[in-house]
Design a protein around this ligand. Structure first.
Ligand SMILES: O=C1O[C@H](COP(=O)(O)O)[C@@H](O)[C@H](O)[C@H]1O
Length: 259
């Protein structure tokens, strides 16, 4: 049974996190080069949590990547100052941005002046997205070259949590949440229509703590947030280490041979 009717899900497994980071480097470098060749830029949305470190471990040393043409957004962000320990931006900065030459103006952060007003912060983020992805009127949804997602032990992705009303958001590009079950409670997040219009979406998950959730997400039909990521025409990939993949029973693909 296909996991996602819109297209096959590719699951790439790696013996450990170091190998996973190597695979992610190969994948991201390839998509970056293709996008820059195609339209002069690489539009990417990055999640927080464990992802920035796994993403950056090898990529930050990859001199073949043209980071000067990257345009970065955050798949979700916490409503905290940019130097706060809970900031997804701060995490991505210390893990990746500090090592590579992405122009600062190409890194789209939550407006630090609006973190006390999540609704305003989400509105502002939509305006920022509109600058990159034409105007709100001329394009229905942004089409990212790549969106990199994490998944929580409850099946949440971005700041889209199980059972939350935001799962039904069908119009807005970015939404706000003031009752996140995972602290901090106030956040902004890209919405499913944006996730599902990307050219490529990749989940990254590592460690035994993700075993049960990955088994549930990938082997059992359901409507958890991570299962609602179903790119309309784009690709959906999972990058997982053996520890996280231990209970997955669907066919898995070892390494990157299918990329
Ligand atoms: O709160 C968040 O959690 C998810 C998952 O994080 P992880 O540490 O379990 O990988 C993350 O993808 C999201 O960006 C973040 O805000």
């Amino acid at each position: 049974m296909p996991l996602h009717p819109a297209g096959p899900t590719q699951i790439f497994t790696f013996p450990d996190v170091a190998a996973l980071s190597q695979g992610l480097d190969t994948y991201v470098a390839k998509l970056s080069a293709e996008a820059i060749h195609r339209h002069g830029k690489f539009t990417v949305a990055i999640s927080g949590g464990s992802l920035p470190k796994q993403l950056a471990a090898v990529l930050k040393h990859n001199k073949s990547v043209d980071f000067s043409n990257w345009i970065v957004y955050f798949a979700d962000e916490r409503c905290v100052p940019l130097d706060h320990e809970d900031s997804n931006y701060l995490l991505a900065k210390t893990e990746l941005f500090d090592y590579v030459n992405i122009p600062q103006e190409n890194i789209h952060t939550i407006d630090p002046d609006l973190v006390s007003d999540p609704e305003e912060a989400a509105e502002d983020y939509i305006s920022q997205l509109a600058k990159t992805f034409a105007t709100k009127d001329s394009v229905r949804f942004p089409v990212f070259d790549l969106i990199l997602l994490g998944v929580g032990p409850d099946g949440h992705t971005c700041s889209l949590f199980p059972g939350h009303a935001l799962l039904k958001e069908a119009t807005n590009w970015c939404a706000y949440i003031t009752d996140s079950p995972k602290p901090p409670s106030e956040r902004i997040t890209l919405t499913f229509p944006v996730l599902n219009h990307a050219h490529h979406v990749a989940f990254v998950a590592a460690g035994a703590g993700k075993q049960d959730m990955l088994h549930q997400l990938l082997d059992t039909p359901g409507h958890l947030p991570a299962q609602m990521v179903k790119p309309v025409t784009g690709t959906l990939s999972w990058f997982v280490d053996d520890a996280a993949a231990a209970k997955i029973t669907s066919t898995t693909h070892k390494g990157l041979e299918r990329l």
